[in-house]
Design a protein around this ligand. Structure first.
Ligand code: G3H
Ligand code: ZN
Length: 283
């Protein structure tokens, strides 16, 4: 069933587990995620980034996401990932998204608070949950790049003020992860996660989670991370399956045959994440 991000993440927050938020761009990815969620009886968040909206168009993403959610046997939220401006957030709300991120992390604190409050005023009035970002997470997510030297870890005192002044539903924090493929092993600032959780008391979001060691993910969840964003690991699974299939079947021209194994590989990858995050059986 289609629910808000808040409904899913408040339960995760209360019961100390995390829910996967997986980036979607086409039908096969949506189907893989929903099949994984139903097979493990796990709540799940389908999310579209700037690139996903540009590639498929908001109508297709919203249409696929809502149809999938309406027919799913588990709670599903449809989320805008890294929304960069007010108008785009409003467009997604109009198309039925049940959760939106307004990513004001490129602004100074006061401006980030102001844009977040403006989005929350509208979103909450129509029952849509809101994620914001404080601190600057490195790496590249589609069209958003933060250079390593610009990475700024989230300041717990600023987080306290941010949450009090905006009433945001969940907060993406910069604690050592980065978007995209890692060159080295990411080192998470666990003390910072713990302090921000204690000081804000709301669900926390980890971006750039692909490639983070499983032990680090488990520890981050135990300290209060409740939404874990995954895009790159699904891309890796998808691409490897396609390459393998075409190596074995170079003359096959049927998209259903070519995309089928990729869908299965992504479903397996999603189920692994759901077990790791602790959301299995929580639907
Ligand atoms: O917003 C999307 C995620 O933060 C993507 O992170 O590239 O590590 O999968 P990832
Ligand atoms: Zn992200």
């Amino acid at each position: 069933m289609l629910v808000t991000g808040r409904e899913i993440l408040q339960d995760a927050h209360k019961n100390n587990y995390a829910v996967g938020a997986f980036n979607v761009n086409n039908m096969e990815i949506v189907q893989a995620i929903i099949e994984a969620a139903e097979e493990t009886n796990s709540p799940v968040i389908l999310q579209a980034s700037q690139g996903g909206l540009k590639y498929a168009g908001v109508e297709y993403i919203a249409g696929l996401g809502k149809i999938a959610a309406y027919n799913a046997k588990v709670p599903v939220a449809l989320h805008l990932d890294h929304g960069t401006d007010f108008d785009q957030v409003m467009l997604c709300i109009r198309h039925g998204f049940t959760s939106v991120m307004i990513d004001g992390s490129r602004f100074e604190l006061d401006e980030n608070i102001a844009i977040t409050k403006k989005v929350i005023e509208v979103a909450h009035a129509v029952g849509v949950s809101v994620e914001a970002e404080l601190g600057k997470i490195g790496g590249t997510e589609d069209h958003i790049t933060v250079d390593e030297r610009d990475v700024t870890f989230t300041d717990p005192e600023e987080a306290k003020r941010f949450v009090e002044e905006t009433n945001v539903d969940y907060l993406a924090i910069a604690v050592g992860t980065a978007h995209g493929l890692y060159k080295g092993e990411p080192k998470l600032d666990f003390d910072r996660i713990k302090t921000i959780k204690e000081i804000t008391g709301i669900p926390l979001v980890l971006h750039g989670s692909s490639g983070v060691p499983e032990e680090s993910i488990k520890k981050a969840v135990s300290l209060g991370i409740n939404k874990i964003n995954i895009d790159t690991d699904l891309r890796v699974a998808f691409a490897a399956a396609i390459k393998d299939f075409l190596k074995e079947n170079p003359d096959n021209i049927d998209p259903r045959k070519i995309l089928g194994p990729a869908k299965y590989a992504m479903k397996e990858a999603v189920m692994e994440k759901m077990h790791l995050f602790g959301s299995v059986g929580r639907a």
